[in-house]
Design a protein around this ligand. Sequence first.
Ligand SMILES: [Zn+2]
Length: 290
Amino acid sequence: MRRRLGSFLLLLALGAACQAEPVTLTPRDTEPATATRQDDDPSPTTPLLEEVVLGTSVQGRPITAHRVGVGTQKVVLIGNMHGGTEANTYRLMVGVLAHFRLRPEVVPEGAVLWIVPTANPDGLLSDTRLNARGVDLNRNADTRDDPCPDSRWQPDTHTSEGIIPGGGGSEPWSEPETQALRDFLADAQVVVSYHSQWGAVLAGGCEKSPATLRLVETLRAATGYPVPETGFVAYPVTGDLTDYLAERGVAVATIELTDKVDPELERNLEGILAVLDGLDAILAEKEENP
Ligand SMILES: [Zn+2]
């Protein structure tokens, strides 16, 4: 029963309250960029919880990652690459973090869960999709060698509203936010990136690895989001972080929340818990099909 979500009423209330409020960063997210703090823990061993600043945004705000667990199988949840227009993914990550802070022992012994509430704090505060230099942070990864030509990094990018000149950045990894993510994810084994609003689970990468497909199926079964057979086809996607990670052997998926408002905390907690439960099977796919 330890995986049952006992405090859901409380958390759902939190999620509902968040929906109605304007976006504000938590005090933790607005601390000075140099802050690195570990939670007080009387035990002499590594504490179960830790907060680390990965880097700073264009405007100097910290990009923070929260660790839960002490294992070596690194699972990373990335929220809010698209700032204020996808603020519900930030609220989702805040809710997920609150859940795991109350019960860090839920993370399996061999695993370590990292939660990045916002990869785009400037965009979140200014209510924009892009960062403070007008770059789409999920179009700035170096995918120039991607096997799918259509996924390769481009200087100009697309959204449902049209073309963003310079949205890819002056070059791959031109932005401090994406540099911080790239470096932090260098040893990640499983990554889930949260966006809105297509209501789907999407596999990262041109050719989907068995480990990625196992991750996607685990998320689909637990969250109920569909997996579109065609992938994402609404508009061209270049320089996507998940495509970059997939080419480097990471099991990686995108979750698209259903709309731009609801953080959909409950179903996504179920998804994350299922990934942690099935982590050995996901990683076994990597061993067998490197
Ligand atoms: Zn997005």
